[in-house]
Design a protein around this ligand. Structure first.
Ligand SMILES: O=S(=O)(c1cccs1)N(Cc1ccc(F)cc1)Cc1ncn[nH]1
Ligand SMILES: [Mn+2]
Ligand SMILES: [Mn+2]
Ligand SMILES: [Mn+2]
Length: 373
């Protein structure tokens, strides 16, 4: 008899839990003021209906995201290694969307949208444990869990923060509230700089006391939300998390990742440490590669990831060995972009919350909304 509930760890296909192929909608929020006509407009509803595959794939990926993260929120505890956490999350996502990603091209059908972000304390983003990493989660750590799930290239990019010492609660509350304020402000014709101002206002109304010193929570001013395109995790528009005079407006059909970061440090990150995250550039021009290992590696990247970001562990699981020289050559040639860890100052603590929202013709849909965040 087909299972009707998710297992622990999650291994039941989402498509099995929703057999008639209709997946749960995210949080749908009506547009307001001069855009309120869109709720009932025939033309806008038509535009929505001809986009039904897009919507189905997005809702499919979002349900896999929610079920994986709700398991992860219980599984992730001090004493676990980052490798165990990354493997647990990625095994679940791939099982739920039905693609292990081991045959050529399988990972392009559905699977991880990008490397699982597992960034600790002053590290805010783009950290994933490379092979041999022995890092064990500690009681006083602040861990950002940033999970990407895609179905047919429709990427859900959503993140949350875990901490086990209650002293960090105000930091996590600040960032959760700031992200929700940004999500609320978003909509058709919303100006990106204005959204940044709303986010910063909420974020910086909090403070956190650590070891007898009170720190104001700062928005990390050089991190931002972004548009998401088909098989592409970062599009042209960036959503600032501090006030700017960017008058660019959100438009019908856009997909945005609204992500905010709070910090007890400088409120500014720089690139530092060993790289795990890579992605083939969308605009990579043809280059005749001299190093054969670079040639064969580019082949593997094209067949398994396309322009989806990947990490070293994803190459390891495909059986690739001694690929670093080739990988660094692809980076040096501008064919592959590297994304080093992004860190604030040593000793500081950073937190992140992120949602993916669809600016649909008729309604704003917070596709990654769950009852957890
Ligand atoms: O910082 S980004 O590079 C960016 C690009 C333009 C505006 S923000 N980045 C996109 C990305 C890049 C590489 C990845 F492996 C995964 C994602 C934001 C992000 N990282 C995690 N979640 N969201
Ligand atoms: Mn498959
Ligand atoms: Mn993310
Ligand atoms: Mn993002």
């Amino acid at each position: 008899k087909a299972p009707t509930a998710q297992s622990d760890p999650p291994r039941v296909l989402i498509s099995q839990l929703f057999p008639n192929g209709t997946y749960p909608a995210g949080q749908e929020v009506e547009y307001v003021n001069e855009n309120s006509y869109r709720t009932t407009s025939e033309e806008k509803r038509h535009l929505d209906n001809i986009n039904s595959e897009f919507l189905t794939d997005y809702r499919h990926a979002a349900e896999a995201h929610r079920q994986t993260r709700q398991w992860a929120q219980k599984f992730i505890q001090p004493g676990k290694t980052l490798t165990e956490v990354a493997d647990g999350i990625e095994d679940s996502v791939r099982a739920l969307v039905g693609h292990q990603g081991l045959e050529e091209g399988d990972g392009l059908k559905a699977g991880m949208g990008f490397p699982t972000g597992l960034s600790i304390n002053h590290c805010a983003a783009h950290y994933n444990p490379n092979a041999g990493n022995k890092t064990v989660l500690q009681q006083d750590d602040v861990l950002k869990v940033d999970i990407g799930v895609h179905v047919n290239g429709r990427i859900v990019d959503s993140a949350f923060t875990l901490a086990w010492n209650p002293r960090y609660d105000p930091l996590l509350e600040a960032v959760k509230a700031a992200t929700n304020a940004g999500v609320k402000e978003a909509g058709i014709d919303a100006r990106l700089g204005e959204i940044g101002g709303v986010i910063q206002e909420v974020m910086e109304s909090y403070e956190v006391e650590l070891n007898g010193t009170t720190y104001p929570v700062k928005s990390i001013r050089n991190l931002n939300g972004h548009t998401i395109n088909h098989y592409s995790i970062h599009g042209s528009k960036s959503v600032p998390i501090v006030k700017t005079n960017d008058q660019t407006k959100m438009e019908e059909g856009d997909v945005f990742a609204i992500e905010t970061f709070g910090s007890t440090g400088n409120g500014y990150v720089h690139e530092e440490g060993e790289v795990s995250h890579y992605a083939k550039r969308g605009d990579a021009q043809k280059v005749d590669l001299r190093i054969s290992s670079a040639k064969s590696l580019l082949n593997v990247i094209n067949k398994n990831f396309g322009t989806l970001p990947f990490c070293r562990r994803y190459l390891d699981r495909l059986g690739q060995e001694k690929y670093l020289l080739g990988l660094n050559n692809l980076v040096a040639n501008g064919i592959v972009e590297s994304y080093p860890p992004l860190v604030d100052k040593k000793g500081s603590y950073t937190a992140q919350y992120e949602h993916t929202i669809l600016i649909r013709p008729t309604v704003k849909e917070v596709i990654s909304r769950g009852d957890d965040y």
